[in-house]
Design a protein around this ligand. Structure first.
Ligand code: GDP
Ligand code: MG
Length: 155
């Protein structure tokens, strides 16, 4: 991995998968210049969803949120790039799609907060924890992308 590279956990939630938005969302990260290092389609159990969202367990929507995340296939991914944790959140847009800017994934493709189609880690610590929760180390693929020298201007 080049210096200053980061990895973040991105997931397309069951609504995004069911609505046929996988390729649209993946292509936004791909075209930006980030590198896909892990991807799998999984139906998380309710208990797994509760682990993923453990920070929110006091919130009134926690139960419904975990029911929803475990209701169908989720596309779990790890994306790598310089600044990908913070900028990935920018690409995703505000939590409530009614407040997300147009041009963002939620701004362009979702309407309500309970069905906002995508998850992205909110900081370096969460990214580390979420990647470890969803993927085994051997599922993360390290490789050199031929585009890297054009994206970063280094060899
Ligand atoms: P995120 O990091 O932008 O996804 O937002 P949070 O970590 O604050 O919340 C996690 C997820 O919980 C969001 O993506 C929403 O799907 C859901 N959520 C957050 N706030 C609300 C709310 O007020 N009502 C409902 N129904 N769901 C919410
Ligand atoms: Mg969050």
């Amino acid at each position: 991995m080049l210096p200053r590279m980061e990895r973040t956990f991105i997931a397309i939630k069951p609504d995004g998968v069911q609505r046929g938005l996988i390729s649209e969302i993946v292509s936004r990260f791909e075209r930006k210049g980030y590198k896909l290092v892990a991807i799998k389609l999984v139906v998380p159990s309710k208990q797994f969803a509760e682990k993923h969202y453990h920070d929110l367990k006091e919130r009134p929507f926690f139960n419904g949120l975990c029911d929803f995340l475990s209701s169908g296939p989720v596309l779990a991914m790890v994306w790598e790039g310089e600044g990908v944790i913070k900028y990935g959140r920018k690409l995703i847009g505000a939590t409530d799609p009614s407040k997300s800017e147009p041009g963002t994934i939620r701004g362009d493709l979702a309407v309500v907060v309970g069905r906002n189609i995508i998850h992205g880690s909110d900081g370096p610590e969460t990214a580390k924890d979420e990647i470890a929760l969803w993927f085994q180390p051997k599922e993360l693929v390290s490789y050199t992308s031929n585009e890297e020298k054009w994206i970063y201007g280094v060899n």
